[in-house]
Design a protein around this ligand. Structure first.
Ligand code: SAM
Length: 289
């Protein structure tokens, strides 16, 4: 079968199955072969790899993945796409399609079953309405993943790479940089999709760290502190943390920890580096502050 990566073939399939695009599932299908090649190259897929694709749609990226990888597991929520995928992926015996919500899949079990627990590569043109939960789940549940190469909104890619003191810096930047090394592989304009999204997109690769770049005794507590610090961006960190139900430390403890780190009590979260968030967490958890 001819590959799907062009508008004519995509339209043909859509018409044949009378498929109606579902906005609620973030359905914007890729129709540009150059972008597909770039995703495969950025992900560095080899014949050794077991790849998990999130949201195969009509199978456009899946076909490319199936040709480069040993095995592909594609998780798609929309059951209307399943008969389409049966046709478009018929020539690829190394693909397994699972009709489920990715946020409900037990990824650890899936990786165990399909790759003996060894790290998989995640590749996806993500549904934009759940980009952050999908990525955070993979990170926080410590799913064995070596890299995540995904199409996201351009502004999300910018947030992932942002550093302290910039307007894009926030909880997502810190989580991404704690767990991985981000690399912007390509900017992708709206005309590479059908239907066209309103905003620009980007392909970003997150290579997971073997070991986090900072040492923190209580990882979950550090992320609670980070979230609370950015919840009220315009407030000082001390007030942000003090107002949060998730934070068990007193205002005094927080002020004293900041002082010991040589930081101002009126500092805002956006000024702290990952290293400083780790140090603050370690001091607060050690109770010596
Ligand atoms: N991979 C295809 C492509 O590049 O042309 C489709 C990408 S489209 C942006 C996102 C896909 O994710 C859609 O097929 C959509 O139905 C699917 N999707 C949305 N929410 C999902 C979820 N919670 N779990 C699994 N798939 C989901």
């Amino acid at each position: 079968m001819e590959k799907l990566s062009n508008p004519q073939k995509t339209i043909e399939i859509i018409k044949k199955y009378e498929f109606a695009f579902q906005k609620k599932f973030g359905q914007n299908f890729l129709i540009d072969s150059h972008v597909l090649d770039k995703i495969i190259a950025a992900a560095g897929i080899t014949q050794e790899d077991c790849v998990v694709e999130i949201g195969p749609g009509i199978g456009t990226l899946t076909q490319y993945l199936a040709e480069s990888a040993r095995e592909v597991i594609a998780v798609e929520i929309d059951r209307m796409l399943i008969p389409i995928l049966e046709e478009t992926l018929a020539d690829y015996p190394n693909v397994t399609v699972i009709n489920q919500d990715i946020l409900k899949v037990n990824m650890g079990k899936l990786v165990q079953e399909h790759n003996g627990g060894r790290p998989v590569k995640v590749v996806a043109n993500l549904p934009y309405y759940i980009t952050t939960p999908i990525i955070m789940n993979l990170f926080e549940q410590h799913v064995p993943v070596s890299s995540i190469t995904v199409m996201v909104q351009k502004e999300v890619a910018e947030r992932m790479q942002a550093g302290p003191g910039t307007k894009d810096y926030g909880a997502l930047s810190l989580a991404v940089q704690y767990f991985s090394e981000p690399y912007l592989a390509a900017n992708v304009p709206p005309n590479c999709f059908m239907p066209r999204p309103k905003i620009g997109s980007a392909v970003i690769r997150l290579t997971l760290h073997q070991k986090p770049p900072v040492e923190v005794a209580q990882e979950q507590m550090m992320f609670r502190i980070i979230r609370a610090s950015f919840n009220q961006r315009r407030k000082t960190m001390v007030n942000g943390l003090n107002n949060s139900q998730e934070i068990p430390f007193t205002k005094n403890e927080i002020q004293s920890a900041l002082r010991q780190m040589g930081l101002s009590e009126s500092i805002r979260g956006e000024a702290l580096t990952l290293q400083q968030f780790a140090e603050l967490t370690n001091r607060l958890c050690a109770g010596g502050a």
